[in-house]
Write a protein that binds this ligand. Structure first.
Ligand code: NAD
Length: 497
């Protein structure tokens, strides 16, 4: 099938029928209050749809329904091989609706259509299928006990899990939460980010079509501070899985402690180091250095925003990176050729512009970009931006900007590179580029992050765990390790007479 053009996507957008109702107990419903809020297309500021704005009373309904479904065993006690069939069917339905979902995500988030189709939707399909296919292959344990006894160590679902996700990767983070939580037999209540609810609502309806029993999955659009807090402090929610900012993650840990100590797993922010040694393949490293920061407009938790370059190649390498940055000028997300879209909203644009001022004020040198662009579209587009002469104590080296802003630092030797890399409250991701196997491995091991690339950035797939060290979080999405966040270990000890 020929690839769709911008005109094709625009035409498809016009005929899209968007259902902004919440998904509670297997049905699309209005919020009990009847309240709705608009969601806007960041590319042009226009309203896309009105979306149910759920409150405490909707949460109570969903929690009671989720609890009843869990206790009934309709899903929690279903044979894993049957749960697998539902999950695989669900993944297939998502794949069949890939164009619709890619378009919804493109319009809701302002992400380039090529990304939403080939990365976000594809990741959701793979995550749900993989987790479903895995679940009837997980064995529990029989530990070595004396012959007079037998012990069983089983994984049991937590019960009712709340999942709260951000706006930067709405569909893929939703899939990263829902897939392992549902595969392990939990009931789940998902709160999407207030400004990006559309794909989560759509895939919930597809889950019902795939045969997920009523009451097992609920999607409640609504505010973080009210609805999100209500879920996080609720006494009848057993687990909370979260992707979002570190400050909100800190609140959620407190909410857990103040309520029922619900299992709380967090995937948080980052300020990831990308370390370039002089002996690396510099062409490849420069190209990926730009991808690492400008992909998704820098609104990526793992963005390699601190480019740490060996002194001897600093000036030459910086020129190469600037050359690559020219390929990331923003454009219309519905154009398949666009690499970078707008910032999600005016608030995020203001944050980015504010940090550009901070960088200048701190004495860093603005060597590329730094300005608003495409202002006449009504969207909040920001140029790819590079600061050189950055010291690691500057705010633009320490704080998560969440925009297309790269801070370039330099180092003398491997020891200094590692010291700079680790001098951060975050520990989410990073990379090292070197053709010396010793340097690459030693540095990769020493940098305290959850995912480290050697001669690549953003490497990985569904088979490997994803999560942070330090203030980047404590949970692990993806791979079999994700099942740990949604299960309790239960020991049954049997004594023979
Ligand atoms: P955010 O923390 O502001 O919001 C995330 C979610 O939490 C939203 O659904 C929001 O409504 C909700 N929320 C806000 N306040 C709440 C409260 N008091 N109680 C309960 N819920 C609340 O984050 P964001 O701005 O949507 O997303 C950007 C952040 O997410 C960045 O820091 C980014 O690094 C991080 N992120 C991390 C990962 C990862 O896997 N580590 C992936 C993507 C994004």
């Amino acid at each position: 099938m020929a690839e769709k053009s911008r005109a094709d996507w625009q035409a498809a957008a016009k005929s899209l029928r968007i259902d902004g109702r919440a998904f509670i107990n297997g049905r699309s419903v209005d919020a009990l209050s009847g309240e709705t809020r608009p969601t806007f297309n960041p590319a042009n500021g226009q309203e896309i749809a009105q979306v149910a704005y759920c409150g405490i009373e909707d949460a109570e309904l969903a929690i009671a329904s989720a609890r009843a479904a869990f206790e009934s065993g309709v899903w929690s006690e279903m044979a894993p091989s049957d749960r697998k069939m539902v999950m695989v069917r669900w993944a297939e339905l998502i794949q069949q609706h890939q164009d619709e979902l890619a378009l919804l995500e493109c319009m809701d988030v302002g992400k380039p259509i090529d990304n939403t189709l080939n990365i976000d939707v594809a990741a959701a399909v793979r995550t749900i299928r993989w987790s479903g296919e895995a679940i009837d292959k997980v064995y529990d344990e029989i530990p070595p006990t004396p012959a007079s006894s037998l012990a069983l160590v089983q994984r049991l679902p937590l019960g009712v899990v709340a999942a709260i996700v951000p706006w930067n990767f709405p569909l893929s983070t939703t899939a990263w939460k829902l897939a392992p939580a549902l595969a392990t037999g939990n009931s789940v209540i998902l709160k999407p980010a207030t400004n990006t609810p559309l794909t989560a609502l759509r895939i919930a309806r597809l889950a019902a079509e795939a045969g997920l029993p009523d009451g097992v999955l609920h999607v409640l659009p609504g505010s973080g501070g009210s609805l999100g807090k209500h879920l996080a402090t609720h006494m009848d929610i057993d687990g909370l899985t979260f992707t979002g900012s570190t400050p909100v993650g800190q609140l959620l840990m407190q909410y857990s402690g103040q309520s029922n100590l619900k299992r709380t797993f967090l995937e948080l922010g980052g300020k990831s180091p990308n370390i370039i040694f002089a002996d690396a393949n510099l062409e490849a490293a420069a190209s990926m250095a730009a991808v690492a920061v400008f992909y998704n407009g820098g609104q990526t938790c793992t963005a390699g925003t601190r480019l740490i370059v060996e002194e001897s190649i600093h000036d030459r390498f910086l020129e190469m990176v600037i050359e690559n940055a020219r390929g990331w000028m923003p454009g219309d997300p519905m154009d398949p050729a666009t690499t970078m879209g707008p910032m999600i909203d005016s608030g995020q644009f203001g944050t980015v512009a504010g940090y550009v001022d901070v960088g200048r004020g701190e004495g860093a040198e603005l060597v590329f970009g730094g300005k608003r662009c495409l202002a006449d579209t009504g969207g909040h587009y920001h140029e790819p931006t590079i600061f050189s002469g950055v010291h690691n104590q500057m705010r633009i080296a320490q704080e998560e900007i969440f925009g297309p802003v790269m801070s370039v630092l330099s180092f003398k030797d491997a020891e200094e590179a590692v010291k700079i890399a680790n001098d951060s409250i975050y520990g989410l991701a990073g990379a090292v580029w070197s053709n010396n196997i010793n340097t690459a491995h030693k540095v990769a091991r020493a940098v305290r992050v959850g995912t480290m690339g050697i001669n690549n950035y953003f490497g990985g797939d569904m088979t490997v765990p994803f999560g942070g060290f330090k203030q980047s979080g404590n949970g692990r999405d993806k791979s079999m390790h994700a099942f740990n966040d949604y299960t309790e270990l239960k020991t049954t000890w049997i004594e023979f007479e």
